[in-house]
Design a protein around this ligand. Structure first.
Ligand code: NOJ
Length: 487
């Protein structure tokens, strides 16, 4: 589908008058999102729920990993987190007050099936029933993620994502959740950030930001070789495909489903046809193991060539299942994977190294490149043309401090959101079918191995008292949602 380029928008709307002295007497028009755009907030079970060992919940790999000495900053764990399991009503009220129209939460698989499979635990299910009912009562649409990295430990003990059976068990759990919730939950995301949980959880990664190496590891903290890692990736996309089929079979007819992938975006150094084409080629290749195979039903020749003898073992039937038709693509967008320029080399593109002084936000990995919020959906649209796109995550951490008047003035986060959402608005104005955006995160929470010190929330949480305080960015979000525009 072609994208309609738009003329630069007027900076003054019809009601704005410019006096002879050039002073502007009323506000300029705001960059609007399409009608019905979803103003969402996002969280994930292990990062917020706490109550790690109650009402029949089984252990997950994060319970194990966070209690392994040396893995977590300050030995933080999700045992209590922000106690959302018990405070969900208060939290939903806060999100309602913020004007959120959608909430993306995740379901802890081991609350439902303590061993990953077998007999369901009704008390675990009850929690999500109550949560969904409360959200609907507050006028907030629930969007459920089925896997946000907390694999039941019992399945890890049987080989985790290295075992093909895990994909099958995931599909059974997904079908069960659709059966239980799809009378009220109309959107399901299958797995969150395939690319990150596969690579960071099963090998660990290193990147260089502002000239410094940054290492990131996630549970279960394995160090697999290339073949085993590619096989894990294959089982993850297979789990996605089989779960799409299970959700279709078990859910209500109008249930919508898609992945929530961390899209690896090659951002063109400039918006000229040759560099955009190079960025498309790069982006397709960067997502070969995940989005590309999910959306095309093929592992690309360039990926199979690069992987060589370490390519995953797969069958044609599996590829077909992996590419089961979906209703939307969810993409988490924080950073470009690389800047790209056209090249005469075999691949047609080359990576432009990021300057050592490229600005960043406070997380060690977070380079500040708001234009990726334009390019990621635009390239997703031009490469794979899905029916609809959601930005399932976007946001930043900040060193938030309570000021003496009791407020948190997170001007850096507001700056980030304004710029990022401005770029996203540009994509929607050009016709890219982005249906909504979920800011990560509604509340400060456990930032995985980074612990509680890395605050991503629009709402501050005092982890001692569990007091919630909306930050300046929460007020920004409310205004933006109300105006359906970048304010
Ligand atoms: C992506 C993950 O899905 C989420 O769990 C994490 O906290 C954010 N990125 C920020 O790092």
């Amino acid at each position: 589908m072609p994208i309609n380029p738009v003329l630069p928008r007027n900076t003054l709307d019809a009601n704005t008058s410019q006096q002879d002295d050039n002073s502007i007497t009323s506000a300029p028009s705001l960059p609007k999102f399409p009608d019905g755009f979803c103003w969402g907030l996002a969280t994930a079970s292990y990062q917020i729920e706490g109550s790690a060992n109650v009402e029949g919940k089984g252990k997950s790999i994060w319970d194990t990993y966070s209690h392994t000495p040396g893995k977590m900053k300050n030995n933080d764990t999700g045992d209590v987190a922000i106690d959302h399991y018990r405070r969900y009503k208060e939290d939903i009220q806060i999100m309602k007050e913020m004007g959120a129209t959608g909430y993306r939460f995740s379901i802890a698989w081991s609350r439902i099936f303590p061993n990953g499979t077998g007999v369901a635990n009704p008390k675990g299910l009850d929690f999500y029933n109550r949560l969904v009912d409360e959200l609907l009562k507050a006028g907030i649409q629930p969007f459920a993620t089925l896997y946000h990295w907390d694999l039941p430990q019992a399945l890890q003990d049987k080989g985790g994502w290295q075992a093909r059976e895990t994909s099958q068990y995931f599909a059974e759990y997904a079908g069960y959740m659709a059966e239980q919730l799809s009378d009220r939950v109309k959107h399901f995301f299958t797995l969150n950030e395939f690319q990150n949980f596969v690579d960071m959880g099963h090998r660990g990664i290193e990147m260089v930001v502002q000239g410094k190496p940054v290492q990131i590891e996630l549970a279960p903290g394995l160090k697999l070789d290339n073949q085993a890692l590619n096989q894990v990736a294959h089982h993850a996309v297979l789990a996605h495909g089989l779960s799409v089929q299970a959700i279709r079979a078990m859910g209500k007819k109008d249930t919508k489903v898609g992945p929530a992938e961390v899209m690896f975006c090659g951002v063109p150094v400039m918006d000229t046809p040759e560099h955009v084409k190079a960025a498309e080629t790069a982006t397709r290749h960067l997502n070969a193991r995940f989005l590309d195979v999910m959306l095309t039903g093929k592992y690309s020749d360039s990926y199979l060539k690069e992987a060589g003898k370490d390519a995953p073992k797969f069958t044609e039937d599996e590829l077909q299942a992996i590419a089961s038709p979906i209703d939307f693509v969810g993409i988490n967008v924080y950073i470009p994977k690389m800047y790209v320029m056209a090249s005469e080399n075999e691949s047609g593109y080359s990576e432009v190294p990021m300057s050592i002084s490229h600005p960043k936000m406070s997380s060690p990995w977070h380079t500040f490149s708001p234009e990726v919020l334009y390019w990621a959906p635009r390239l997703t649209h031009s490469i794979w043309n899905p029916k609809a796109i959601y930005i399932t995550e976007n946001g930043c951490a900040a060193n938030d401090e309570l000021s003496t008047d009791g407020n948190i003035y997170d001007t850096d986060r507001v700056m980030y959101l304004r710029n990022a959402m401005g770029q996203l608005q540009r994509a929607t104005a050009e016709g890219v079918p982005v249906k909504g955006n979920f800011v990560w995160s509604a509340f400060d929470n456990l930032e995985w191995t980074g612990g509680f010190g890395t605050r991503f929330g629009l709402v501050h949480v005092d982890f001692e008292t569990q007091k919630r305080t909306p930050k300046l960015s929460a007020k920004w979000f409310k205004e933006a949602a109300q105006h359906n525009a970048v304010v």
